[in-house]
Design a protein around this ligand. Structure first.
Ligand code: SF4
Ligand code: SF4
Length: 159
């Protein structure tokens, strides 16, 4: 009898699976301060943040979100600087405890982590990746951040 061997494809481990050292520095805000940066909102984000303001989701969306050209909801930006409406003078976040998934996932976004040039650019933006207090973030946590960011980026168009 001929034995048909199943081809077992072996996934190449990702470079970040061994973990990356990182700490988010208080009052840094460099990833929030980018003019015209987009923060896509998931349904879970909208529900959690509106609840923190004691508003219905559609009321909060009207107040603090807008739609992109393709209809997905993103956080509003300030008219003066084009930066996030929730960044404070001291560069902290007004909604830190309920902030959107994309904010919590940064710098572990697929587009940042996919190759060496992208990661080098991310290191230039984020001082928490080279700070002496940075701690090792394990591969599973990084994968969870990548997935959370990707889920949020799918966004939603109607509540
Ligand atoms: S740039 Fe990095 S260290 Fe600074 S606020 Fe963003 S995630 Fe934190
Ligand atoms: S919601 Fe908070 S963490 Fe997210 S971009 Fe705005 S200020 Fe930064």
């Amino acid at each position: 009898m001929r034995v048909i061997r199943k081809h077992v494809s072996r996934r190449r481990p990702e470079w970040w699976e061994a973990g990356i050292r990182f700490t988010c520095l208080p009052n840094c805000g460099r990833c929030c301060d980018e003019p015209d940066g987009l923060v896509y909102l998931s349904r879970e984000d909208a529900s959690r943040i509106s609840n923190s303001f004691d508003l219905e989701v559609d009321e909060w969306l009207e107040k603090d979100a807008r739609k992109t050209h393709d209809g997905r909801y993103v956080l509003k930006s300030t008219t003066e600087k084009g930066t996030c409406i929730y960044i404070k003078e001291d560069k902290g976040c007004k909604i830190h405890n309920v902030k959107p998934a994309q904010c919590s996932a940064f710098p572990f976004w697929k587009e940042n982590i996919r190759d060496d040039p992208s990661w080098r650019k991310t290191i230039e933006i984020c001082p928490g990746l080279v700070h002496p207090d940075a701690i090792l973030i394990d591969g599973d946590t990084i994968r969870a951040h990548i997935e959370a960011d990707a889920h949020a980026e799918l966004g939603f168009k109607e509540w």
